[in-house]
Design a protein around this ligand. Structure first.
Ligand code: 3PG
Ligand code: MG
Length: 416
């Protein structure tokens, strides 16, 4: 178990808090979903109430160093949203890191600042694997991490959504702060408790619902969950790879041909535990006005399966209804475009009903989280993870270097 912020006395201390404030923005730069900001609040409030001097750090999107990226990926909307919710100013430190070091020195107890997007510095995302073969990259990453580490007396990681990355701020900074407290925040703690609990000691039947476009993204998680859960329901575009592997005609549905063999092997290994849709809603194009047709296992040429069909919806919902633990990641079709949202919305309702009946329900991944919000059912789910890739990799059982580097609860001393 990792030490968390409860073990800290932060009064008068400069606390570097790595958050995942990578929120979706619309074309005008307005935040379309502030869930990740709200999820960070318990930690931020606790540290402020404790008299800490907070330096918040995060990335936003994947800027590539183009001049227009400075505006497109600025954390300015996040700073103002956070300020509104906290009801105190959150200054955005947009200058260079040395300027931030100077500003951090003048912070007072209960002050909070947010550093501009960490990914404006290319060193942030240098992977350790690449740096191992390139001393210049290693030096760049270390120098950047050293300047961040110099900002603070304490390091807090509450950026669950980024925990699968070895970005400088996630891994190298705490590595360099070895003589200072390095702990997790309440969000990371909660994510580990729920996601970890679901896979290590699930109440059974344990059902996983997996969807989304690509099998390649989810191969590892399917392989790993296959050994842990009682049933895996597969829907969305991903299902057509498996149906194609079974020899069905899937028309123009999305298929990664090079993965058909792998899909066959997974199917054979999973046996009856892996359930696929037996019908689909198909169309010739992805459009709300498109002509649709109900298809069985085969889809005609020129048509694409865009959502699971009504028979599959019923079977999937009945399976969820009997479960004691349900983990859902990935939509059951093109849910952004009705009528192809029907299956996804049905899963959202089935999850909420399962929670009401006492099951533990967990949602991971931005799309399923967005679907549950769209359905207005978010408050009837046990836990909605703030991680997309991170929650998948965690469920898959991959180690997270960004967490391993932090202090263990036992070994932790109170910072006083
Ligand atoms: C995410 O949304 O997946 C996290 O914020 C991590 O971002 P990344 O996938 O660009 O590293
Ligand atoms: Mg990601």
């Amino acid at each position: 178990m990792k030490a968390n912020i409860d073990s800290l006395d932060v009064a008068g201390k400069r606390v570097l808090v790595r958050l995942d404030l990578n929120v979706p923005l619309d074309a005008s730069g307005s935040i379309t979903d502030d869930r990740r900001i709200r999820a960070a609040l318990p930690t931020v409030k606790k540290l402020l109430d404790g008299g800490g001097r907070l330096i918040l750090i995060s990335h936003l999107g994947r800027p590539k160093g183009k001049p227009e990226d400075r505006e497109k990926f600025t954390l300015a909307p996040v700073a103002s949203r956070l300020g509104e919710i906290l009801d105190r100013p959150v200054k955005l430190l947009a200058g260079d890191i040395d300027g931030a070091v100077r500003d951090a020195a003048s912070l007072k107890n209960g002050d909070v600042v947010l550093l501009e997007n960490l990914r404006f510095h290319s060193a942030e995302t240098i992977k350790d694997k690449k740096a191992a073969d390139d001393p210049d990259l290693r030096a760049q990453k270390d120098a950047f991490a050293r300047s961040l580490a110099a900002l603070a007396d304490v390091y807090v990681n509450d950026a669950f959504g980024t925990c699968h990355r070895d970005n400088a701020s996630m891994f190298t900074v705490p590595q360099l702060m070895a003589n200072k407290p390095r702990v997790v925040g309440y969000l990371v703690q909660k994510e580990l408790d729920f996601l970890g609990g679901a896979v290590s000691d699930p109440a059974r039947p344990f059902v996983c619902v997996l969807g989304g476009a690509k099998v390649s993204d989810k191969l590892g998680v399917i392989q790993s969950l296959m050994t842990k859960c009682d049933t895996i329901l597969i829907g969305g575009a991903m299902a057509y790879k498996f149906l194609a592997a079974d020899g069905h005609d899937v028309g123009g549905s999305l298929v990664e041909r090079d993965l058909i063999e792998t899909a066959k092997n997974l199917r054979a290994a999973a046996g009856d535990r892996l359930m696929l849709p037996t019908d689909s809603v198909a169309a010739r194009e992805i459009s709300g006005e498109a002509e649709t047709q109900a298809c069985g296992l085969s889809i005609p040429d020129g048509w694409m399966g865009l959502a699971i069909g009504p028979k599959s919806v019923k079977v999937f919902c009945d399976t969820i209804a009997k479960a004691k633990t349900v983990v859902w990641n990935g939509p059951m079709g093109v849910f952004e475009t009705p009528p192809f949202d029907v299956g996804t919305m049905a899963m959202a309702s089935a999850m909420a009903d399962a929670t009401d009946r006492g099951a533990i329900t967990i949602i991971g991944g931005g799309d399923s989280a967005a679907a549950i919000e769209k359905a207005g059912l978010a408050d009837r789910i046990t836990h909605i993870s703030t991680g997309g890739g991170a929650s998948l990799e965690f469920l898959e059982g991959k180690p997270f270097a960004a967490l391993d580097v932090l202090d263990d609860a036992k070994a932790h001393r109170v910072c006083g």
